[in-house]
Design a protein around this ligand. Structure first.
Ligand code: CA
Length: 636
């Protein structure tokens, strides 16, 4: 390659990229993947179905029952909910095409049970799993169809499978189909929409959650268009990074994804270091399940955090250091420790608390709660550059809101006097996150606002960590019909109005996933993009909350507001950010309310974020320049 040629390439890069993006649908692609025939088991074989467990499930073609013809596949000898028949469909998949997946099921025993149809992408550590449909099926219902739709971004290894929540349930399946659904192209439309991250660039970072599936093909273009910070849905949880046994640290999968994000100029938020769930037992339990001693658990906590946060130092913007320390809905109390998960009978799982309690010197003020302070200190020492957050759910409720604030104030006070603290002006628990997993039937935006107002008083930076709003109530999903979609969009608009109002104190808002089918709450269609990757009303509500609430976007397919620039109205004046909430119910504070706190330490959090972005951008430019120089050298 000559130098002249390379110079030409460089100048043509942007137009070429634009051309690629805009013309993607009309460029002829390699021959389409073959279409899978409906599997009906009439030829007497399993037609490719295998058990998910290793040599566990017995799959038998049987004449006992049938939907089509005279045969079906009987599944027996299961012992786990995840056991069931799986079919490798990799051969039939083209990336970025929407597929309809369908299977018919009939219970043998018990009479009624919960069936799930799901899809797996990838194998081993890097595998992702998405539920497509879940139904309670009774034998009296007869053959029942489970159906879902899904778009894959890569096609290395893909299976579809059927599970049953009853571990030893036996059931039949028949008439399995997997075909291109048509009507795709929604992602391409979404890539051309106004960029959400640009719309909110003066307010806060806009994030989403990802799995490996989101970092390739059109899905990644969608991510790059709308988000500038991403949180791994599972890949950075304690068991994903720390494995099952001591010393099993495995960073390669998460490292590769963070590198891919970084190359695209996208930041990574780490989730999570300390949690009661998805964590290895060795950290805080003996092999027989009893808690380790306080000293043993503390040493393990230090080793785990030093290893993991140390590994990611300089590579992540921030960490959820501790996730879900409080019970689901604790009552208010003067001592925040009263609301913690404590494990044992009648309380919620809390392995770290249990071990820290085992040997605590109560007379000296020690308790199981001390793991929280230690976790923050170990993380600060392992990665002084990362912003450190506490994250929980149901924090819009008054009791939990207050307990989290009291904990933050208490731990930050303790840190002030800690000799390990070398930055006296910096908080230890410097950020608080609302998971923000809501329901259309229950979310009261004014409760969220009340929490934001109380938490601002702590001086901490605030984030919305895992926002989604499925249709329905308390674990019962509703179909997203027109009325529900409008209700959902209105709630998104009201929330984003609140987030903008307090954006001096909010550094990040992350929506928990890209599109409805890949959401962990897919049953309630909770996100901004639909099964085609196309924009829902909720997208327009987030894009322009004021316009949405003024009725400018009545129809997601043809929003009248689409002609607007998509740039929201001017942010409220500073004075507005401290106007009383509708209920005026902010808990009394000794220092005169939210007004004082708004101009407090919370600014520090955002300036660090800004610094991180600037340094990241400078790094990208530097790397690009080096690559350019190297390429020139090798080509001349
Ligand atoms: Ca059949």
């Amino acid at each position: 390659m000559t130098r002249t040629h390379y110079t030409y390439r460089r100048s043509a890069l942007l137009p070429a990229l634009l051309f690629l993006i805009l013309s993607a649908p009309i460029i002829p692609v390699a021959e389409a993947a073959p279409e899978m025939r409906v599997i009906d088991f009439e030829n007497g074989t399993r037609q490719g179905f295998e058990g998910r467990g290793e040599d566990v499930e017995i799959l038998t073609v049987t004449g006992e029952e049938a939907l089509s013809g005279t045969k079906s596949l009987l599944v027996t000898n299961r012992s786990k909910a995840w056991h069931g028949p799986a079919l490798n469909v990799t051969y039939y998949v083209d990336p970025d095409v929407l597929y309809t997946v369908s299977v018919h099921v009939l219970p043998k025993t018990p009479e009624s049970s919960v069936f799930r149809l799901s899809t797996q992408i990838g194998e081993g550590d890097g595998a992702s799993f998405f539920n497509l449909d879940k139904q309670t099926v009774s034998r009296a219902d007869g053959w029942t169809e489970l159906q879902g739709r899904f778009m894959y971004s890569e096609a290395d290894y893909i299976t579809i499978y059927i599970e049953n929540d009853t571990p030893d349930a036996e059931f039949y399946i028949d008439d399995v189909s997997f075909f291109a659904a048509g009507g795709g192209g929604g992602i391409l439309a979404s890539i051309s929409l106004p960029s959400l991250r640009e719309i909110y660039q003066d307010h806060f970072l806009l994030g989403s959650a990802f799995s490996r599936q989101d970092l390739a093909g059109q899905r990644f273009e969608l991510v790059k268009r709308h988000f500038n910070v991403m949180t791994a849905g599972n890949a950075m949880k304690p068991d994903a990074l720390g494995g099952k046994n001591r010393g099993d640290y495995n960073f390669s999968s998460a490292d590769a994804m963070i590198e891919t994000l970084g190359e695209a100029g996208i930041l990574t938020h780490g989730h999570t270091l300390v949690w009661h769930s998805q964590s290895a037992a060795w950290l805080n339990k003996n092999p027989d399940g009893t808690p380790l001693t306080r000293a043993e658990a503390r040493a393990n906590l230090e080793e785990f955090i030093t290893t993991v946060a140390g590994h990611y130092a300089g590579r992540v913007l921030s960490w959820d250091v501790v996730n879900e320390a409080f019970t689901s809905n604790p009552s208010a109390s003067a001592d925040w420790r009263d609301g913690l998960r404590k494990g044992g009978a009648g309380n919620e799982s809390a392995p770290w608390f249990g071990a820290y309690e085992n040997g605590a010197d109560k007379a000296a003020g020690e308790s199981g709660a001390d793991y929280i302070y230690d976790a923050f200190v170990f993380t600060r020492l392992a990665d002084p550059g990362a912003l450190l957050y506490f994250l929980d759910f149901n924090e819009e409720y008054a009791g939990k809101r207050e307990l989290v604030a009291l904990m933050t104030e208490d731990l930050n006070g303790k840190w002030k006097a800690d000799p390990r603290n070398t930055e006296p002006d910096r908080l230890l628990v410097e950020g608080l996150g609302l998971q923000a997993h809501y329901w259309t039937d229950h979310l009261k935006p004014e409760d969220v606002e009340a929490t934001i107002r109380r938490w601002i008083q702590t001086g901490a930076d605030l984030v919305i960590g895992e926002l989604d709003i499925p249709a329905g109530s308390w674990s019962k999903y509703k179909p997203l019909d027109e009325a529900e979609e409008k209700k959902q969009a209105k709630l998104y608009a009201e929330l984003f109005q609140i987030f903008k109002k307090y954006s001096d104190s909010i550094s990040r808002v992350s929506i928990w996933g890209i599109d409805d089918p890949t959401s962990w709450r897919s049953g309630g269609s909770p996100l901004l993009f639909d099964e085609n990757g196309g924009p829902k009303l909720a997208f327009y509500a987030v894009m322009d909350p004021e316009g949405y609430l003024a009725g400018e976007y009545d129809d997601a397919n043809n929003p009248s507001g689409g002609e607007s620039t998509g740039v929201p109205a001017e942010p409220p004046e500073k004075g507005d950010t401290v106007s009383p909430s509708p209920e005026g119910d902010v808990s009394p504070s000794p220092d005169g309310g939210a007004e004082d706190a708004v101009s407090g330490d919370s600014e520090t959090g955002f300036s660090r974020v800004a610094l991180f972005i600037i340094l990241g951008a400078a790094g990208c430019i530097l790397i690009a320049a080096i690559i350019l120089i190297l390429k020139r050298r090798t080509s001349s």
